[in-house]
Write a protein that binds this ligand. Structure first.
Ligand code: RB5
Length: 152
């Protein structure tokens, strides 16, 4: 497991982000926090972009994005080439999106999940590897769609 991760949030996910950073650091992770740095109102796509750039640039393999619901962050993140972001609020999905979708960004919402569940989502996500095999074929098909759409 690569013990380096990029994390970002907007104002609505700021407090939970601080708790998740602490959780990850206690597990031995080096955490790169790209903001936001307070609970002052801000725009979630800005921070989705910062996290995704770090993954595209190879700074970290995985990222975490927290907003009010996790949905806006996942929408913004999935506009980036090579990014597979999953908004999850149950641990089964957080695990399976690594195993089957090779998701590289986990999104969730501070207004949806509490601290304990958020930690479990993160643990399931970071501790699970992609299963490859038939799932690689399907993920490659997603990449093909992405390539075609980017050239339209
Ligand atoms: C901010 O109020 C909220 O809209 C944002 O955090 C997020 O939930 C959007 O999807």
């Amino acid at each position: 497991m690569n013990k380096k991760i990029t994390i970002g949030s907007d104002h609505a996910g700021y407090r939970l982000k601080l708790q998740i950073i602490d959780h990850l650091q206690k597990k031995g992770f080096e955490v790169i926090d790209v903001g936001t740095d307070s609970d002052a109102s801000c725009d979630y796509p800005v921070f989705a972009h910062k996290v995704c750039k770090n993954i595209q640039d190879g700074v970290t393999e995985l990222g975490i994005l927290i907003c009010g619901t996790g949905i806006g962050m996942s929408m913004a993140a999935n506009k980036h080439r090579g990014i597979r972001a999953a908004a999850c609020s149950d641990t089964f999905s957080a695990r399976l999106t690594r195993q089957h979708n090779n998701a590289n960004v986990l999104c969730f919402g501070e207004r949806v999940v509490g601290y304990g569940l958020a930690c479990d989502l993160v643990d399931n996500f970071v501790e699970t590897e992609f299963e490859e095999g038939k799932h690689a074929r399907r993920v490659n098909l997603i990449t093909e769609i992405e390539r075609e759409e980017c050239n339209r």
